[in-house]
Design a protein around this ligand. Sequence first.
Ligand code: GLC
Length: 553
Amino acid sequence: MTAPTTAPARARTHPDWWQDAVIYQVYPRSFADSDGDGCGDLAGIRSRLGYLRELGVDALWISPFYTSPQADGGYDVADYRAVDPVYGTVGDADALITDAHALGLRVIVDVVPNHCSDQHPWFLQALREGSGSPLRARFHFRPGRGPGGEEPPNDWISLFGGPAWTRTTDPDGTPGEWYLHLFAPQQPDLNWDSTAVRDEFRSILRFWLDLGVDGFRIDVAHGLVKAPGLPDLGRHEQLGLLGEQLVPYFDQDGVHEIYRSWRTLLEEYPGQRIAVAEAWTKTLDRTARYVRPGELHQAFNFKFLNAPWDADGLRELIALSLASMHAVDAPTTWTLSNHDVIRHASRYAEGDPARGLRRARAAALLMLALPGSAYLYQGEELGLPEVTDIPDEVRQDPAFHRSDGGHGLRDGCRVPLPWSGTGAPYGFGPVPGGPAWLPQPAEWAELSVEAQTGDPRSVLELYRSALHVRRSNPALGAGRSVEWLDLAPGVLAFRRDSEAGALVCTVNTTGEPVRIAGGGLGALLLSSAEPQPAQSSGQVLLAADSTSWWQAG
Ligand code: GLC
């Protein structure tokens, strides 16, 4: 594998840039800490933009950095137009966006419309004013059921554990109404039947668009509208963090009208501002509804993220994904990891970390060879594994504490990044031996950006090479379809054609090397395998759990 030179900047001028963009998720708390308080911040991100530019991504998506009590890592927003002091100021956000643009990188920010923080001024005032306050119409306040209203208004369970309702106390000290929170009690759900809520979010979108952001990742995009009357679920078990079951609070048809209005708003701005939905749906057809003409640009393909490492299953899923999105004339948006799921190097390991890493490398090259856009999660380019031994007392995932440790292990994918050096915090903060909000494993010295840079066998150099090749080869990413090839059992293979030439991608999903006929494969462009596969007498040996890209004739 040859070390890449810096990939050409493309994103700021590319038409329809988002259709095949590679977008890097920054979880700001864990990315880079400029002031040594143990928490990442906007100045830290700004100082590392050169790294992202050189990595070769087109854009960053930054998870919430707004004013927040941090009951759910910033997904509990108290002021949507202000930056939390932990992360900096609006001026820092402005400077970050300006610098990113100067480097050819776009910036997407999170918008959290399903719920706000219980410290949001609207909610605080609604509580202060008591039952009957008109402000309560902006939330889901209800009287309780049973004698004295002691039972919650319905049987919904919070996705973080426990009832989805919390009872309030009226200003005179008597027990009052209940309010709905699909997530933590500190995250009251907003009522999207309220015109004030709809107007407020359009104004929030404008605030950040005016500051120059290139788009939004919409948190819990499938949750905004609840079934009329908030009907009982009829079940009492806790559903998964973001389950895919049909429930009266997710994927209701009414959400689409909201996104049509947001699309109209985005179109008012120059330069193709976009929105991507975090919408966990039962089927890919339901996901496709979020990206119909006139709605959002992208919706994460979580079926791909959850797919087992198996050639036949992956082929079926990829074909179905492409077909479902093609039916609404939209590209597919691939992703393998984010801040809510077990890192894929560990997910794929099945008890063997080396296997997990091989598959993670292979999966990255598979994803980056598919038509459409791809989202990377910070640290996957370093091959970081999930951290499983975080002490209970430093865990911060609210679901962990609400479920007595049975759920809510998301801190394991949020451990601060290792940048350099041999001791914690590995360059995450400015001071050697300084703090990091979650402990970093000692083994991470070997996984730091510094340790991997220039090592052709490293995951980081694999990602750099892959993104560089993808930039210079339009057959990767572009288009809407693939031509499947049947090469050998357990080997997923497809061909991509473009004006600039054809490319074949082979993915050996088996734990054994597989020999295939090399005719038609052409020259090797890049492989996740080490050592790189060699061709001899027309035969190619595909290493176990590896993906290779071939320049086909
Ligand atoms: C989304 C976020 C997750 C958060 C939840 C509630 O799923 O990705 O981190 O906990 O919404 O806001």
